[in-house]
Design a protein around this ligand. Sequence first.
Ligand code: HEC
Length: 108
Amino acid sequence: MKRERFLLLTIATFGAMLPVYAGKATPPSGQQIFKQHCASCHANGGNLVHREKPLAGSAELTSIIRFKKYLSHPPGHMPYYQNLVGNDKMIKSLYDYCKTFKKAPRSS
Ligand code: HEC
């Protein structure tokens, strides 16, 4: 019984590590990029710092050119992501992912 549990644990651990290795070979998905860089402030397409400026439905998402421009010169407390803006593939997948957020209904 103990042995079986050890085996299961080993398999589970390696299973959990697999995506990490896979992530090195393939570029991260828009969702992964978002989770890593944006979700802390824009979880679910919202904006935890400025509630009135949510990501979902933002005018900055009307075109990828505008999106890229915005991320290159973000106002206020928006951080600047040089590595993302300089990588066409990453910015494109991030852009596509950001567009999937539905505009949140105004609360109050
Ligand atoms: C530290 C918190 C923080 C992080 C992390 C962050 N943002 Fe923001 N974001 C903000 C704030 C604050 C604003 C509002 C800026 C302003 O106009 O003052 C904003 C605004 C935006 C807007 C424009 C919303 C609008 O219409 O006014 C977009 C688009 C956006 N962020 C995308 C992103 C993306 C994509 C990422 C990840 C690469 C990201 N943000 C990461 C804080 C953050």
